[in-house]
Design a protein around this ligand. Structure first.
Ligand SMILES: Nc1nc2c(c(=O)[nH]1)N[C@@H](CNc1ccc(C(=O)N[C@@H](CCC(=O)N[C@@H](CCC(=O)N[C@@H](CCC(=O)O)C(=O)O)C(=O)O)C(=O)O)cc1)CN2
Ligand SMILES: [Zn+2]
Length: 749
């Protein structure tokens, strides 16, 4: 009989218990003991969910106080100098300082860099290596969790990130692979410890096997796993996900491991080759339940496809979700307000465990045929791309720039912000009261207007040049639009971890999308009425709305993206007609939607970039279009960014070096690119940390920027929106930013 297991489970808790406990601990309102207790509760609930769904193994090691990659940095002693002080007495606080730059004990320090986990909206903390990096093993946390689960009666399968993926994720050395000989012995020791803790199986994740790997990285797999296979007293399950294995498929199955997991949702065509490549003593774990979406699985389809595999492999077939369930919400049972008709179509993490059991039953000899779902017809992607062929604005940038310069009369180095201002406790509370019908729509709207007026007043006092309304009306930049548009389901408790304690509630695209009413016009218009300075209209772009929602599975993503773009184009036109002359269309998720395999990039950019341009293809030359992106690492997609043809782009750059900006500035000897031809606002300070930037450091940052970017193209702004910060931090930081800009303006006048 086929066995069942999962690669990982969400750790936020069914009601975001962990988030609340973390934040309370950081604020000082609960002590460490209380935080530890909540973590332990979440773990035992997760394990019980797996056990009671009949899974053969319980996955342990997927829990983290902040991030699973950071767990590994502590596991292997990858702790940069600046965090080492004061560590001995409080390990958890050291961990939080690495993650966020501060903790209840110890001095504030610059936090580790954060970046996207493959093509997801989850962020991990980047390991910081040095050329003389030493690795030490500190397995106590992991071993304690293994013991904790065993004491609760679980058949434990620990999960760790494999050495090659871990090194791949890090920064700080030119060739991280050169560190492998020093890291590998620590993995050997760890595997020995897990085996003596009686782990029969260990899951070792190597998702980089789904990437276009440089040859030296591919070549490193065989010798690495030769060593690990021998060292391990446990059986090893090599887990891959998010992408087809393609040329790495034979490589993966040839490794001396006892099983391989493939993502059959992202790579259905690899099921047959995987069965062929499987060696006699290996198990094949097939991820058929989608770990990246919330729709119920078409089990009939998998019953049919897996029947012959199940007959051939017997208990060497393992059934699983495609990837860790970290990326789906926890439990559909906590949704109390969703209509039954919607609820029956959905499966969150807990329901996915049940689906595994149902599929297992359906693959038993003599099981009845499951009822098939009828597929909807959809038009081919080529037709969509054809519809997007001509979306360029009537005038080219140089011509537009002239008109816009004349219209706005901005000072050199114009200052602005990215859109959101602090979402205060009061604001969230008022929104909650409105949602629970404790206050009227009128009262809620009055409150929002007061928030907007306050944001405008503060910006006027600070002396910023291009203002924003502050996004007070938005719970989230994607969820808000999902609620305004037809075709989306919005959930009450569909939370997914984004980073640390921060979660998002992605809306679900359930049908064709359209815009019944203007979505932002009244707020922007009100804000503009309060100031003579331009106030930017603020929209989330079509690609970001798509990528940060749960998509339909019955039509191509490009089709939904175009539907969203049509709705946004109407909104853009309405904003322009209401006198909003600068409109920002954020596309922070353009980057993460890029397929992991380069061969698929072209097709993605054709429709993604086309959809963005479609939103603004009708506006007047004098209307200035801005866009915004975060999470640096833009070099590889600069051509696509240029093709968006926005008049101004603001990007995150404070934590990255000038190499990034050289690419934007052009003339980089490395790739010989022409750079970004329009205006650009590289973020001059990091908004993810509570630390306030000092004026002298901002002045020198601006001087550096002027060395690579021409003065007439340079804007001044923070890295990203300010919603997660407090007003006291924001006021102090922006004042320093404006003052630093004045200093530098005087120098160039
Ligand atoms: N979708 C998305 N992805 C993104 C970003 C983003 O902004 N949106 N930014 C980047 C970084 N990621 C981020 C992700 C989340 C948050 C964030 O602030 N999340 C908030 C939730 C935002 C939200 O929806 N807030 C709701 C309130 C939800 C809530 O918790 N309400 C309480 C009541 C209010 C309270 O006590 O706080 C409750 O229901 O119990 C609102 O404003 O209405 C959080 O986890 O705390 C920030 C950045 C990349 N990916
Ligand atoms: Zn941003």
């Amino acid at each position: 009989m086929a066995q069942t297991h999962i690669l990982g489970y969400p750790r936020i808790g069914a009601r975001r218990e962990l988030k609340r406990a973390q934040e309370a601990y950081w604020k000082g309102s609960i002590d460490q003991q209380a935080l530890l207790a909540v973590g332990s509760q979440v773990r035992s609930q997760n394990w019980r969910a797996q056990q009671s769904a009949g899974l053969a193994l319980t996955t342990v090691g997927d829990f983290a106080w902040y991030d699973q990659v950071l767990n590994h940095s502590l596991l292997f002693g990858v702790v940069p100098e600046r965090f080492a002080r004061g560590a001995a007495d409080n390990k958890l606080d050291q961990y939080f300082r690495l993650a966020r730059g501060r903790a209840p004990s110890g001095e504030p320090v610059a936090a580790s860099a954060m970046t996207k986990w493959f093509d997801t909206n989850y962020h991990y903390l980047v390991p910081e290596f040095t050329a003389d990096q030493e690795f030490t093993l500190d397995p106590e946390w992991l071993l304690a969790e293994v013991r904790e689960a065993q004491q609760l009666g679980h058949n434990v399968k620990p999960v760790i990130i494999g050495p090659l993926t871990y090194l791949w994720l890090g920064r700080g050395v030119d060739n991280a692979l050169s560190l492998l000989p020093r890291l590998l012995p620590r993995y050997q020791e760890l595997l020995a410890k897990l085996a003596s803790a009686a782990a029969q199986w260990v899951q070792i994740d190597e998702p980089i096997l789904g990437l276009d790997l440089p040859v030296q990285w591919r070549d490193a797999f065989a010798p690495t796993y030769e060593v690990l296979g021998k060292a391990s007293g446990s059986k090893l399950l090599l887990a891959t996900y998010f992408s087809p294995l393609r040329e790495n498929l034979p490589l993966a199955f040839d490794l001396p491991v006892d099983g391989v997991h493939i993502d059959a949702v992202r790579a259905p065509a690899e099921l047959v080759p995987a069965v062929k490549a499987l060696r006699d003593n290996q198990v094949l774990s097939v991820g058929v339940i989608n770990g990246r979406n919330v729709w119920r699985t078409d089990l009939a389809r998998w019953q049919q496809q897996l029947q012959p595999v199940a007959e051939k492999l017997g208990d060497r077939l393992w059934l699983s979700a495609s990837c860790s369930l970290l990326h789906t919400p926890v439990d559909l049972e906590t949704e109390t307000t969703l209509p039954a008709a919607q609820k029956t179509r959905l499966a969150y993490s807990r329901q996915k465990l049940t689906e595994l059991g149902s599929l297992q039953q359906a693959l038993q000899p003599g099981a009845g045929r499951l009822e098939a779902v009828t597929a909807t017809e959809s038009r081919p992607q080529a037709e969509i791309v054809a519809e997007l062929a001509d979306t360029w604005r009537a005038q080219k940038y140089p011509e537009r720039a002239e008109v816009q310069k004349h219209r706005w009369q901005l000072p050199p180095l114009p200052t602005t912000t990215i859109g959101s201002f602090p979402q205060t406790d009061v604001l969230r509370l008022v929104r909650k009261q409105f949602r629970n019908r404790e206050i009227s729509a009128q009262d809620y709207h009055d409150h929002l207007r007061a928030e907007i007026a306050e944001a405008i007043r503060r910006q006027e006092i600070l002396g910023l040049d291009v203002l924003v309304h502050g996004e007070a009306e938005r719970n989230d930049m994607v969820e808000y639009f999902g609620e305004q548009l037809d075709g989306f389901i919005h959930t009450g408790n569909g939370w997914v971890q984004s980073y640390g304690s921060r979660c998002v509630k992605p809306p679900i695209i359930a049908g064709d999308i359209s815009r019944p009413n203007p979505m932002t016009v009244q707020w922007s218009q009100y804000a503009q009425s309060l100031s003579k300075k331009p106030v930017k209209g603020m929209l989330t772009g079509p690609v970001t709305i798509l990528n940060w929602s749960f998509p339909r599975e019955d039509i191509p993503r490009a089709e939904s993206c175009l539907q969203i773009a049509r709705a946004l184009r109407q909104e853009v036109q309405d904003l322009e007609a209401a006198g909003i002359g600068i409109i920002q269309i954020d596309e922070p998720a353009l980057r993460e939607g890029v397929p992991l395999r380069e061969s698929e990039h072209r097709e993605y950019f054709d429709w993604a970039v086309g959809c963005f341009r479609y939103c603004c293809s009708e506006v007047q030359a004098e209307t200035q279009i801005h866009t915004h992106m975060c999470y640096s690492n833009f070099n590889a997609i600069l051509d696509a960014i240029v093709a968006l043809d926005a008049d101004v782009i603001t990007i995150e750059s404070a934590r990255s070096d000038l190499r990034l900006l050289q690419a934007f500035a052009g003339g980089s000897a490395l790739d010989n690119q022409g750079g970004y031809p329009n205006e650009i606002g590289p973020g001059i300070y990091d908004i993810h940390s509570p630390n306030v930037p000092e004026r002298p450091e901002l002045v020198s940052r601006l001087r550096q920027l002027l060395e690579v970017i021409p003065q007439e193209k340079l804007w001044v702004n923070p890295d990203c929106g300010l919603k997660t910060r407090s007003w006291s931090e924001v006021g102090a930081a922006l004042l320093n930013m404006v003052e630093a800009t004045r200093t530098v303006r005087a120098e160039i006048a």
